[in-house]
Design a protein around this ligand. Structure first.
Ligand SMILES: Cc1cc2nc3c(=O)[nH]c(=O)nc-3n(C[C@H](O)[C@H](O)[C@H](O)COP(=O)(O)OP(=O)(O)OC[C@H]3O[C@@H](n4cnc5c(N)ncnc54)[C@H](O)[C@@H]3O)c2cc1C
Length: 388
């Protein structure tokens, strides 16, 4: 793997960046989040503004027009975006954590020069195309195929549940290049850089989801897509490994998203419990509610601490596969628990779409599912324990 140089932010710089992200998220993203959730409208304007701020290039080095943030600063910004709207945060997270990471680690100079500045400016939002209808947790069973055609490749297959696949300028597609591999295992899988508008790329209709409703989750049909040799990322047959390596960072992005959702639920609960009176008493003064708030605050802090620890270790160059799995596992289950308590604190109003905790509760659920379910995280963590 090539060496990647990140600017490591000092504390003061990091604080300013995170404050700016919080101001932006709360003034430009949060006020319209409920409406987008209701209408399922994609956050197109928000993406444009995030592009202007450079947030699509948070993990891209300055040499490629990115901001060159370290992992910790990046995750703190994702938390801010997720606290405002998890549907926006997931695009920034997937784009930076997965395609950007794969290109930085395995792209040729030409590929980096071609894609990274466009990606940093938000002109080419990048999607990650691994899952298929019959290959989710067991992604190595994917069936999309890339066949050699002289010096070119011909790509066929269908990818499922591609986040922001509707507007992606770049699709990083994992496809089988070793069609002789009868076991359909990971070794015959390669990664391809497919321009979003390439002939033969067809975007399916957006899924109607429980949460994250304004993030467009689509299928991508690849029908005889012709690709030049420059589209192969890294070594033939290594695409599955690249995708798994990138998922360590992706899982940290999901952990940050989960912490952001949970923090927002806690903040809404603190405000509401101070305003809402029953028995002539603000409900926050009932010990049952105080204890709930105390447990929520404690778990949010614990989720954040685990994510920070993983980020710090990643920034010192350590392998964080298990730690990233722990941060995602704990963070996502914490977010589900905290948002459930928030709905309870809001009582009947918590069950209504007019109040924000209902959306946060729905948005939290997916963090336990994508980029490796909680069951898969436990497998990853458990495996690591026995190899230490
Ligand atoms: C909103 C959304 C956005 C997504 N975005 C993307 C994207 O951008 N790109 C992409 O490639 N994919 C994306 N996905 C797909 C996502 O990564 C998969 O849904 C996830 O990996 C789980 O796969 P699956 O849905 O096929 O579930 P399955 O693998 O069928 O799992 C079903 C259940 O079985 C359990 N299970 C499976 N195997 C085991 C095992 N060995 N031991 C114990 N339990 C097991 C699972 O934990 C789960 O509870 C997205 C999904 C959603 C919902």
């Amino acid at each position: 793997m090539s060496t990647i140089e990140f600017l490591v932010q000092n504390e003061e710089e990091r604080r300013e960046i995170v404050e700016m992200a919080r101001d932006f998220a709360q003034t430009e993203i949060a006020p319209t989040a409920a409406e987008r959730d209701r209408t399922k409208a994609p956050p197109t304007e928000e993406f444009a503004k995030l592009g202007e701020l450079g947030f699509f290039g948070m993990l891209i080095p300055e040499a490629y027009e990115g901001l060159g943030f370290d992992t910790l600063t990046y995750l703190m910004v994702i938390e801010e975006l997720a606290a405002a709207d998890a549907s926006v945060a997931i695009t920034i997270s997937v784009h930076n954590s997965l395609p950007v990471a794969m290109l930085l680690a395995h792209g040729s100079d030409e590929q980096k020069q071609h894609w990274l500045p466009r990606m940093a400016r938000g002109e080419a939002i990048a999607a990650f195309c691994l899952s298929e209808a019959d290959a989710g947790s067991d992604a190595a069973r994917l069936r999309a195929q890339a066949e050699r055609d002289g010096s070119e490749w011909m790509l066929n297959g269908t990818k499922s549940w591609v986040s922001h696949g509707d507007c992606a300028g770049l699709l990083v597609v994992m496809a089988r290049t070793d069609t002789q591999d009868a076991r359909r295992g990971p070794k015959g899988i390669s990664a391809f850089l497919v321009p979003g508008g390439a002939a033969g790329v067809e975007v399916g209709k957006a899924e109607d989801k429980m949460g994250l409703r304004s993030s467009q989750t689509v299928s991508i049909n690849l029908s005889s897509v012709k690709l030049g040799p420059e589209s192969l990322l890294g070594a033939e047959g290594s695409g599955f490994i690249y995708a798994m390596q990138a998922l360590d960072q992706g899982r940290l992005g999901v952990a940050a998203q989960a912490v952001g959702i949970a923090r927002a639920a806690l903040e809404h609960s603190l405000r509401y419990s101070a305003e809402r009176k029953q028995f002539d008493t603000p409900i926050k003064d009932f010990q049952a509610i105080q204890f709930k708030l105390a447990d929520m605050a404690t778990r949010v802090a614990a989720g954040r601490a685990l994510m920070y620890e993983a980020a710090r270790q990643k920034d010192t160059g350590r392998d964080v596969t298990e730690l990233a799995g722990m941060a995602k596992l704990y963070g996502s289950e914490m977010a589900m628990w905290v948002t459930t308590q928030a709905v309870q604190i809001f009582g009947g109003y918590g069950y209504m779409r007019d109040y924000p905790v209902e959306r946060l509760f729905r948005d939290a659920k997916v963090t336990e599912i994508y980029e490796g379910t909680s069951e898969i995280q436990r497998i990853v963590i458990g495996r690591g324990l026995h190899t230490e």
